[in-house]
Design a binder for this molecule. Structure first.
Ligand code: MN
Length: 236
């Protein structure tokens, strides 16, 4: 059995090469495999009731994928719901989830909640993840929701361009606190688009933080090799 982790594919009509690559990637998995998608599979998600040819194609590729599929929400696709998950045969995981990898407790998360220096985003995050806010949003018409998503994406890209790059990375103290609170020595996350295998991230000199890359120029995944977890880059 092989376990795979991916995140931040940001699937969108404007990124057809990523959609093609993901459909191929799913077809290459085997029935004994497990695939964990750690958020931001889609660039935007306005509700399970909205579809496009791209979304339908991704849904059927997920549905046909022989591997066992798990998914966490990202800061862009946090509105993905049970309807989508059930249709695609994907299990939705909580935003912080500990799994066992070869006897090692491993924490999985998208990673946005670790970027605590991004104060503007941290302020709105609890509202965005509030079930009441989300159901009120989902009651709006598709046209209204599309407009909100477009506005949010342009605000987010302005924000990202004007924010100091260090602010968009994780805060070491938040990493330590989160890893301690789950009693883990291994963390896998995405979001920052800074793929790297960080060693010795805890004050006692232990701890490993593996960061997935986004799919654009290359694809990235983490997989379980004979020596443990490995971060790999591949051509799309
Ligand atoms: Mn993200």
């Amino acid at each position: 059995m092989q376990t795979y982790f991916i995140s931040d594919l940001h699937l969108h009509d404007a990124r057809p090469h990523c959609v093609d690559a993901f459909v191929r990637y799913l077809a290459e998995r085997r029935s004994e495999d497990r695939l964990y998608i750690l958020g931001d599979l889609f660039e935007a998600w306005i509700g399970d009731d909205f579809t496009t040819p791209m979304i339908s194609r991704v849904k059927s590729a997920l549905e046909q994928c022989p591997a066992e599929l798990f998914m966490q929400h990202g800061n862009r696709d946090f509105l993905i719901g049970q309807e989508f998950a059930q249709t695609c045969g994907v299990s939705l995981l909580p935003e912080e989830c500990v799994i066992d990898i070869a006897g090692d407790r491993t924490l999985l998360m998208h990673g946005d909640s670790l970027c605590t220096k991004d104060e503007a985003y941290m302020k709105v995050r609890p509202m965005l993840r509030d079930p009441n806010f989300q159901s009120a949003l989902l009651e709006k018409s598709i046209a209204e929701r599309l407009q909100i998503a477009t506005d949010a994406r342009s605000e987010s890209s302005e924000h990202t361009q004007s924010t100091d790059l260090d602010i968009m990375d994780v805060t070491p103290a938040a990493v330590i606190q989160t890893m301690h609170s789950h009693s883990v020595k291994t963390l896998i996350h995405g979001h920052t688009h800074r793929p790297f295998d960080h060693q010795n991230v805890l004050p006692d000199g232990t701890g490993r933080r593996l960061v997935l890359g986004d799919w654009n120029e290359y694809g990235w995944h983490i997989t379980t090799g004979s020596t443990g977890l490995i971060l790999e880059r591949f051509t799309l």
